[in-house]
Design a protein around this ligand. Structure first.
Ligand SMILES: O=C(O)CCC(=O)C(=O)O
Ligand SMILES: [Fe+2]
Length: 303
């Protein structure tokens, strides 16, 4: 689809030889009808999990409309450093209360591997992040392919892990961000350790910062297993690090990825401002709760 604002034809390219990551250029999303944006992005999100749309000039309302093309926009419970509630389309920055770049921004949990809102019964599906201000180098966002991390495990481990469930809470996010007092009450949810993606029907590891304890396992053993699985999943062969340019819109699927922001630039010197939103998701399903034939077929097709 072209418009007067588009200078070239939309073109897709891969970021590596693996599935993880696809880049879309030559397209102005503001010039495309909402239903067509969803159609343009969905297939590549399913096949590549992270889509980078280059060269966008998006207002807050454009950002919201693009989010809505992928589903209902997620409302937010969090507050900004100033105490104001986050709107559905909000900013993530490294600025302090006085608007100065800081090494200890208000939200620090994003520097640890996580998947968005996994402490909720129905975590978000997609997150959309748009670069407004960037440091001259660094400040990348890294993505780990949790399908590949699962697929590469020995079959015996896959079977064992597929029967496990994990308690998630925001407790470890609070510790990471060292925010105020820990008031001790963190609601918990239980998710399968191996998640079946609702669209692709493929299996992937569903872990990250909120993964607190494997149900029925000794606490120390459980921590060791979760840490081992996070280390396994974040080996360089499973990771794509996105080097941002201004105008990049990056959309990713939280249901089959972990991600984190790199804390590798002079944070007290340079500003990093990103506009963000996310899309309502569904309750994660485990291996036993789905159509097993479809799951086996999807897994075999991708080995
Ligand atoms: O700032 C980033 O690069 C990523 C932040 C993050 O974790 C998120 O937007 O969900
Ligand atoms: Fe995140």
């Amino acid at each position: 689809m072209t418009s007067p604002n588009q200078t070239s034809a939309p073109a897709w390219s891969a970021v590596s030889e693996r599935n993880l990551g696809a880049v879309l250029s030559g397209v102005d999303l503001t010039a495309i009808a909402s239903e067509d944006i969803g159609d343009l992005l969905r297939g590549h999100l399913e096949g590549h999990y992270v889509v980078v749309v280059k060269g966008q000039h998006l207002t807050e309302s454009d950002h919201g409309r693009i989010s809505e093309s992928l589903g209902k926009m997620q409302s937010q419970e969090r507050k900004m450093a100033t105490g104001e509630p986050w709107s559905s389309v909000h900013l993530i920055t490294n600025l302090d209360l006085h608007g100065k770049p800081s090494e200890n921004p208000y939200i620090a949990e994003t520097f640890l591997w996580h998947t968005d809102m996994s402490h909720k019964e129905a975590p978000v599906s997609y997150t959309l992040l748009y670069a407004l201000e960037l440091p001259p180098t660094g400040g990348e966002t890294q993505f780990a392919d949790m399908y590949a991390a699962y697929d590469d495990l020995p079959v015996g481990d896959q079977r064992r892990l597929s029967g496990m469930c994990v308690v998630h809470s925001r407790r470890r996010n609070y510790i990471a961000s060292a925010q105020g007092q820990m008031n001790g009450s963190f609601p918990t949810v239980v998710h399968p350790l191996v998640r079946v993606h609702p669209d692709s029907k493929r299996k992937c590891l569903y872990i990250g910062l909120t993964a607190e304890q494997i149900v029925g396992m000794d606490a120390k053993e459980s921590r060791e297993l979760l840490d081992t699985l996070i280390a396994h999943s974040t080996q360089p062969k499973y990771v794509y690090s996105h080097k941002w340019s201004l105008g990049d819109l990056v959309i990713w699927d939280n249901r089959c990825l972990m991600h984190r922001a790199a804390r590798d630039y002079e944070m007290a010197r340079y500003r990093r401002t990103m506009r963000r939103s996310s899309v309502v998701g569904s309750t994660p399903a485990g291996v036993g709760s789905q159509d097993n034939d479809a799951i086996e077929a999807a897994s075999k097709a991708n080995v």
